[in-house]
Design a protein around this ligand. Structure first.
Ligand SMILES: *[C@@H]1O[C@H](CO)[C@@H](O)[C@H](O)[C@H]1NC(C)=O
Ligand SMILES: *[C@@H]1O[C@H](CO)[C@@H](O)[C@H](O)[C@H]1NC(C)=O
Length: 373
């Protein structure tokens, strides 16, 4: 397959597309919902692996089919070995995230293909082009996940196994907006991964991470353009840290206690920080937040956007009722042009903080994910 020069025509493409794995658990559950008119609004059952092609365990043939769908192969050089514990943490997190992304795009592809309410696209051309794009993305995410777990295996570490997932999106636009948001978090987190690799002397691994940053950035331009936003959000994308990515996934999409070995990932899961104000317009304003416990005296809200120094704002009007604390903080949009992703965190103290990782070290609750323009 790797040496063929045949251009894949439309009919060949269709046969590949028909081989796209489906979430078997989802399919069975949908069938049973359809047969159960008494419970039409039953909550979506969790997404579970494996896929019909065996993923996350792919035979050589199945891997080759995924490579065809993803339009490229796994890196065929030797996987990096001798990685530090700290960098192994990064690859465990990457595998954990990519497994979720496979789940999400498999489910999204299923919803679009099967005209699930909220996901049907009337124009056949538009539908075909969306399916083509998501088919490639779904396969590319499988290849990212396989690669991260292969790097763990090359370092004699256990593969990260998938959890069960639930998705907040119930419409196509909602799903693409959510994809934009989690991809923005990944794009920021992989910056952090590169910094750790180079600090730990594993410079040779920085380029492959760079190739994935660009790849996910291409995806994100598509998600943005498909939801009527300009493709590129800001000149310098928002920095994140591994702690924020791991917390966001656990808070937003992972079914609690469904992960076989996420305990191997040595990262904290912060308490959720809810951004109550919604939608958030592109102007200076006061935002409302809530957390599950009263913030300590002197706590602040920090905003991380672009490659700028994190912005620290005092909190005010703290109100604790039934164990839930609400409070406010100014959102200085105009001065800082807070477009694209802004990561909000409730921190102990008032900094100053040099970067996203310094913020993570002081975080009590977060991340609150704010997207503008
Ligand atoms: C697919 O549709 C179901 C039913 O509306 C929904 O619960 C789920 O979140 C959707 N999946 C995605 C990825 O948006
Ligand atoms: C906040 O910081 C203070 C001073 O460093 C420390 O004593 C306190 O335990 C911290 N509180 C939380 C909730 O982290």
């Amino acid at each position: 397959m790797h040496t063929t020069t045949t251009i894949i025509g439309m009919s060949a493409f269709l046969s590949i597309a028909s081989a796209v794995p489906v979430p078997e658990s989802r399919w069975q559950n949908r069938q049973s919902w359809n047969n159960a008119p008494a419970a039409p609004s039953a909550p979506a059952s969790p997404f579970t692996f494996p896929l019909s092609n065996g993923f996350p365990d792919l035979t050589a043939d199945a891997l080759q089919a995924v490579e065809m769908q993803g339009q490229g192969t796994e890196p065929n050089g030797a996987a990096p070995t001798g990685l530090s514990d700290d960098d192994l943490t990064s690859f465990r997190l990457i595998a954990f995230n990519e497994l979720f992304e496979v789940a999400f795009f498999t489910d999204l592809l299923y919803n679009i293909t099967n005209n699930v309410a909220g996901f049907s696209i009337d124009d056949p051309k538009q539908k075909a082009s969306m399916i083509n794009a998501i088919t490639a993305i779904q396969a590319q995410e499988e290849l990212h996940a396989v690669n991260a777990n292969a790097i763990l295996a090359a370092n004699n570490q256990a593969a990260i196994q998938p959890c069960q997932y639930q998705f907040p999106s119930t419409t196509l636009t909602g799903a693409l907006s959510f994809a934009k948001t989690f991809t923005d978090v990944v794009l920021g987190t992989l910056q952090d991964v590169q910094l750790h690799l180079s600090t730990n002397g594993a410079n040779g691994v920085v380029p492959v991470i760079g190739s994935v940053i660009g790849q996910e950035g291409e995806q994100n331009g598509f998600f943005r353009a498909s939801t009527d936003l300009i493709p590129s959000a800001q000149p310098f994308l928002t920095r994140s840290s591994r702690e924020f990515a791991f917390s966001a996934l656990n808070q937003a999409v992972v079914v609690p206690n469904s992960c076989p070995n996420a305990n191997l990932i040595g990262l904290p899961i912060f308490a959720p920080l809810t951004v109550i104000t919604s939608p958030i317009a592109a102007n200076d304003q006061t935002l409302q937040f809530s957390v599950a416990a009263a913030p300590p005296a002197g706590a602040s809200v920090v905003y991380i956007n672009g490659q700028n120094t994190p912005i620290v704002q005092p909190i005010s009007n703290v109100n604790v009722q039934n164990g839930v604390a609400t409070f406010q903080a100014a959102f200085p949009y105009t001065e800082n042009l807070l477009n694209g992703l802004t990561i909000a965190a409730l921190v102990n103290g008032s900094g100053p903080f040099a970067d996203a990782e310094a913020v993570a070290k002081a975080t009590i609750a977060g991340p609150g994910l704010i997207e503008i323009n």
